[in-house]
Design a protein around this ligand. Sequence first.
Ligand code: T46
Length: 324
Amino acid sequence: MINCQKINFEEHIDVRGNLVAVENSKDIYFPIKRIYYIYNVKDGEERGFHSHKDLEQVLISLGGSVKIRVKTNTEEEIYELNNPSEGLYIGPMVWREMFDFTPNTTLLVIASHEYDDNDYIRDYNEYIKLASEYFKNINDINKYMVGQNIYLKKVEESDAKFLSILRCDKVLTKYLSPVNGRIEDQIKWIRNYKMREYSKKEYYFKVINMSHEDQGFARLYHIDYEKKEATFGSFLMKRDHDKNAAIESMILINNLAFNYLGIQRIILDVRCKNEHAKKFYQRFGYQKYAEDDLNEYYELKKDDFKKLYDEKYKYLVEGELYES
Ligand code: T46
């Protein structure tokens, strides 16, 4: 369900018993600002019945079991928490109700912010109104990402294998930081990414052609709505990708950033020695603004892209090529 998912923590098991460690960045994406726990809940009591505007949380049952009903304006699901090695991530704008606490349940909650009464939405009608608005934007992103020959789909755990194959291809990743290629690590990484996606800080896309064949990946991250800036990267297309698939995915991502997310400047870094990539980015109007021993740093401003798009690339995503 959107903005909500189970997380499995690594268990360290030996003859003395089990241990689970929950670390910032590794197991939980958001910076941990608060923990609290709920216990001594009387039989038949229910709690929650509210949503949060911004708060992200992970709920873990340390003993006993509890059910959590989570809802948005379009979805509803019930999760049961009864295992200290799993958590339930609940992102912004999800309604939650906790019920069926067994005696002696201790529910630990790890939260992204300090307590703030103003972040609560307790009126259900008010919640539905705000949630429809909030989730409408997310659905729009899916519509937005369809081009002429390819479309972009937000990365899912099921993409871990294809991602690992590309990330382990020595030719494709000559200029990228190395990964160990283990599918389980990739799945974990995608799980963490999903939390950043839910809070609209990052979009990682799989590029797929209209015959539904996977072509590669592209990512917009560090999205800063105040500074109106984002970073483009993790761009990786399979060796025999369709002609224009790379160009078209670049255009779709730029369109998303500039015309939908309100971004004014996209930045990226590229290894100094990666001549092919530098040429590719320059074709899209990216200009170098800094460099060091390892990387060159490029930026693309909204107006520069718009000019280039109108002159050169519009036909690719709007189908004008086929009109004459
Ligand atoms: C949530 C679910 C899972 C504080 O003073 N500081 C805190 O950090 C918290 C969480 C609560 N409080 C006070 C506010 C209330 O006077 O503790 C009292 C009980 O809180 P509430 O009625 O909100 O408890 P729940 O179980 O309905 O909801 C709690 C969290 O508030 C909420 O954020 O997502 O657990």
